[in-house]
Design a protein around this ligand. Structure first.
Ligand SMILES: [Zn+2]
Length: 217
Protein backbone atom coordinates (compact mmCIF):
# COMPACT_ATOMS: atom_id res chain seq x y z
CA UNK A 1 0.00 0.00 0.00
CA UNK A 2 1.59 3.24 -1.08
CA UNK A 3 -1.52 5.37 -0.52
CA UNK A 4 -1.48 7.97 2.17
CA UNK A 5 -4.41 7.89 4.54
CA UNK A 6 -5.91 11.00 2.94
CA UNK A 7 -5.69 9.50 -0.55
CA UNK A 8 -7.14 6.26 0.70
CA UNK A 9 -10.08 8.05 2.32
CA UNK A 10 -10.77 10.15 -0.78
CA UNK A 11 -10.59 7.10 -3.06
CA UNK A 12 -12.78 5.05 -0.76
CA UNK A 13 -15.41 7.76 -0.48
CA UNK A 14 -15.51 8.28 -4.25
CA UNK A 15 -15.85 4.53 -4.87
CA UNK A 16 -18.51 4.14 -2.17
CA UNK A 17 -20.54 6.88 -3.82
CA UNK A 18 -20.18 5.26 -7.25
CA UNK A 19 -21.18 1.85 -5.94
CA UNK A 20 -24.13 3.34 -4.06
CA UNK A 21 -25.34 5.18 -7.17
CA UNK A 22 -24.78 2.07 -9.29
CA UNK A 23 -27.00 0.06 -6.94
CA UNK A 24 -29.55 2.82 -6.76
CA UNK A 25 -29.73 3.35 -10.52
CA UNK A 26 -29.42 -0.33 -11.35
CA UNK A 27 -26.27 0.12 -13.46
CA UNK A 28 -23.64 -1.19 -11.08
CA UNK A 29 -20.20 -1.45 -12.66
CA UNK A 30 -18.49 -4.59 -11.25
CA UNK A 31 -15.14 -2.86 -11.67
CA UNK A 32 -16.21 -0.21 -9.14
CA UNK A 33 -17.03 -2.94 -6.61
CA UNK A 34 -13.67 -4.62 -7.21
CA UNK A 35 -11.86 -1.30 -6.93
CA UNK A 36 -13.68 -0.51 -3.67
CA UNK A 37 -12.90 -3.94 -2.21
CA UNK A 38 -9.22 -3.55 -3.18
CA UNK A 39 -9.13 -0.08 -1.64
CA UNK A 40 -10.65 -1.37 1.61
CA UNK A 41 -8.54 -4.52 1.69
CA UNK A 42 -5.78 -4.15 4.23
CA UNK A 43 -7.10 -0.94 5.76
CA UNK A 44 -10.01 -2.15 7.82
CA UNK A 45 -10.63 -5.41 9.59
CA UNK A 46 -11.38 -7.38 6.45
CA UNK A 47 -14.98 -8.48 6.04
CA UNK A 48 -16.16 -11.61 4.23
CA UNK A 49 -17.70 -9.57 1.42
CA UNK A 50 -14.50 -7.58 0.78
CA UNK A 51 -12.45 -10.76 0.81
CA UNK A 52 -14.82 -12.51 -1.58
CA UNK A 53 -14.69 -9.68 -4.12
CA UNK A 54 -10.91 -9.45 -3.90
CA UNK A 55 -10.39 -13.19 -4.27
CA UNK A 56 -12.87 -14.12 -6.99
CA UNK A 57 -12.53 -13.38 -10.67
CA UNK A 58 -15.11 -10.72 -11.51
CA UNK A 59 -16.11 -12.70 -14.61
CA UNK A 60 -17.18 -15.59 -12.36
CA UNK A 61 -19.47 -13.43 -10.22
CA UNK A 62 -23.03 -13.10 -11.49
CA UNK A 63 -24.61 -9.62 -11.53
CA UNK A 64 -27.01 -10.67 -8.74
CA UNK A 65 -24.11 -11.88 -6.59
CA UNK A 66 -22.14 -8.71 -7.29
CA UNK A 67 -25.13 -6.59 -6.31
CA UNK A 68 -25.51 -8.49 -3.04
CA UNK A 69 -21.77 -8.21 -2.32
CA UNK A 70 -21.80 -4.47 -3.07
CA UNK A 71 -24.69 -3.97 -0.64
CA UNK A 72 -22.87 -5.93 2.05
CA UNK A 73 -19.68 -3.93 1.59
CA UNK A 74 -21.54 -0.61 1.89
CA UNK A 75 -23.24 -1.97 5.03
CA UNK A 76 -19.91 -3.15 6.43
CA UNK A 77 -18.36 0.30 6.09
CA UNK A 78 -21.50 2.05 7.38
CA UNK A 79 -21.88 4.07 4.20
CA UNK A 80 -24.50 6.81 4.49
CA UNK A 81 -25.62 8.52 1.26
CA UNK A 82 -26.67 11.62 3.20
CA UNK A 83 -29.26 13.92 1.70
CA UNK A 84 -27.34 14.65 -1.49
CA UNK A 85 -27.26 11.12 -2.93
CA UNK A 86 -30.68 10.19 -1.50
CA UNK A 87 -32.75 13.33 -2.13
CA UNK A 88 -36.01 11.47 -1.43
CA UNK A 89 -35.05 11.72 2.25
CA UNK A 90 -35.40 15.50 2.04
CA UNK A 91 -38.83 15.09 0.46
CA UNK A 92 -39.83 12.80 3.33
CA UNK A 93 -38.55 15.36 5.83
CA UNK A 94 -40.34 18.26 4.13
CA UNK A 95 -43.59 16.27 4.12
CA UNK A 96 -43.07 15.56 7.83
CA UNK A 97 -42.54 19.26 8.52
CA UNK A 98 -45.81 20.13 6.76
CA UNK A 99 -47.60 17.75 9.16
CA UNK A 100 -45.72 19.01 12.22
CA UNK A 101 -46.36 22.64 11.24
CA UNK A 102 -50.11 22.12 11.77
CA UNK A 103 -49.41 21.83 15.52
CA UNK A 104 -47.27 24.96 15.83
CA UNK A 105 -50.14 27.49 16.04
CA UNK A 106 -51.12 25.87 19.36
CA UNK A 107 -47.76 27.17 20.56
CA UNK A 108 -48.41 30.62 19.08
CA UNK A 109 -46.11 30.04 16.10
CA UNK A 110 -47.49 31.17 12.76
CA UNK A 111 -46.21 30.95 9.22
CA UNK A 112 -44.60 28.25 7.12
CA UNK A 113 -41.38 26.75 8.58
CA UNK A 114 -38.66 25.54 6.22
CA UNK A 115 -36.13 22.73 6.32
CA UNK A 116 -32.58 24.03 6.32
CA UNK A 117 -29.60 21.83 5.43
CA UNK A 118 -26.76 22.37 7.88
CA UNK A 119 -23.56 22.04 5.87
CA UNK A 120 -21.48 23.17 8.81
CA UNK A 121 -21.79 19.83 10.56
CA UNK A 122 -20.76 16.36 9.47
CA UNK A 123 -22.58 14.43 8.28
CA UNK A 124 -24.71 17.29 6.96
CA UNK A 125 -27.94 17.27 8.94
CA UNK A 126 -31.07 19.37 8.80
CA UNK A 127 -32.60 21.99 11.05
CA UNK A 128 -35.79 24.00 10.84
CA UNK A 129 -36.11 27.72 10.15
CA UNK A 130 -39.32 29.31 11.41
CA UNK A 131 -41.08 32.00 9.41
CA UNK A 132 -39.76 34.62 11.88
CA UNK A 133 -36.16 33.58 11.05
CA UNK A 134 -35.48 31.59 14.23
CA UNK A 135 -33.45 28.43 13.62
CA UNK A 136 -34.39 25.34 15.61
CA UNK A 137 -31.75 22.65 15.87
CA UNK A 138 -31.13 22.35 19.56
CA UNK A 139 -30.28 18.95 20.99
CA UNK A 140 -29.01 17.64 17.67
CA UNK A 141 -30.16 18.21 14.15
CA UNK A 142 -32.04 15.71 12.01
CA UNK A 143 -29.65 13.19 10.46
CA UNK A 144 -30.28 11.92 6.92
CA UNK A 145 -30.61 8.34 8.17
CA UNK A 146 -33.66 9.36 10.24
CA UNK A 147 -35.51 10.26 7.04
CA UNK A 148 -35.81 6.85 5.36
CA UNK A 149 -39.05 6.25 7.25
CA UNK A 150 -41.81 8.92 7.35
CA UNK A 151 -42.86 8.10 10.92
CA UNK A 152 -39.28 8.23 12.17
CA UNK A 153 -38.75 11.54 10.35
CA UNK A 154 -41.89 13.05 11.86
CA UNK A 155 -41.10 11.83 15.38
CA UNK A 156 -37.50 13.08 15.19
CA UNK A 157 -38.65 16.44 13.88
CA UNK A 158 -41.27 16.85 16.62
CA UNK A 159 -38.72 16.04 19.34
CA UNK A 160 -36.14 18.44 17.92
CA UNK A 161 -38.64 21.30 17.56
CA UNK A 162 -40.09 20.68 21.00
CA UNK A 163 -36.67 20.61 22.68
CA UNK A 164 -35.50 23.69 20.79
CA UNK A 165 -38.57 25.65 21.90
CA UNK A 166 -38.18 24.47 25.48
CA UNK A 167 -34.53 25.50 25.52
CA UNK A 168 -35.44 28.93 24.20
CA UNK A 169 -38.25 29.81 26.59
CA UNK A 170 -38.46 27.13 29.30
CA UNK A 171 -42.14 26.87 28.54
CA UNK A 172 -43.31 23.28 28.34
CA UNK A 173 -45.28 22.48 25.19
CA UNK A 174 -47.48 20.66 24.44
CA UNK A 175 -49.28 19.99 27.73
CA UNK A 176 -51.91 17.30 28.31
CA UNK A 177 -54.97 19.16 29.62
CA UNK A 178 -56.21 16.11 31.49
CA UNK A 179 -53.01 15.50 33.50
CA UNK A 180 -51.32 18.89 33.26
CA UNK A 181 -48.15 17.10 32.12
CA UNK A 182 -45.80 17.90 29.26
CA UNK A 183 -46.18 15.39 26.44
CA UNK A 184 -43.43 14.16 24.13
CA UNK A 185 -43.07 13.24 20.50
CA UNK A 186 -42.96 9.45 20.31
CA UNK A 187 -43.35 6.61 17.84
CA UNK A 188 -46.10 4.27 19.03
CA UNK A 189 -47.38 1.32 17.06
CA UNK A 190 -46.00 2.75 13.86
CA UNK A 191 -47.54 6.20 14.33
CA UNK A 192 -45.92 9.49 15.35
CA UNK A 193 -47.87 10.80 18.35
CA UNK A 194 -47.78 13.20 21.26
CA UNK A 195 -47.50 10.86 24.22
CA UNK A 196 -48.49 11.68 27.81
CA UNK A 197 -47.05 9.68 30.72
CA UNK A 198 -50.16 10.26 32.88
CA UNK A 199 -52.28 7.29 34.04
CA UNK A 200 -49.88 4.70 32.68
CA UNK A 201 -49.44 6.54 29.40
CA UNK A 202 -51.80 7.57 26.63
CA UNK A 203 -51.78 9.31 23.30
CA UNK A 204 -52.85 12.94 23.44
CA UNK A 205 -53.01 13.24 19.63
CA UNK A 206 -51.27 12.09 16.49
CA UNK A 207 -48.59 14.64 15.59
CA UNK A 208 -50.27 17.13 13.27
CA UNK A 209 -53.67 16.75 15.00
CA UNK A 210 -52.88 18.56 18.22
CA UNK A 211 -55.27 21.47 17.72
CA UNK A 212 -58.24 19.09 17.55
CA UNK A 213 -57.21 17.31 20.77
CA UNK A 214 -56.78 20.59 22.63
CA UNK A 215 -60.02 22.07 21.28
CA UNK A 216 -62.08 19.02 22.31
CA UNK A 217 -61.41 19.49 25.99
ZN1 LIG B 1 -52.39 12.92 29.85
Amino acid sequence: MSDTTAEHEANTEELERRVYLGLREDNLDPQDVVALACELFGWLPCTDAVLEVVERKPADVSPAEMTALARRILDDVGFDPGFDLAPERLETLRAALRIMARDLPTRGIQGEPQIEILEDCFPAGAGVRLADGERLDWGGHILPGMCDDPTMALTSLAIMIQESLLERTWRVWPVCPRHDLGVHGSKREGTAVWWCAGDGGHMLAPIGELSHALADR
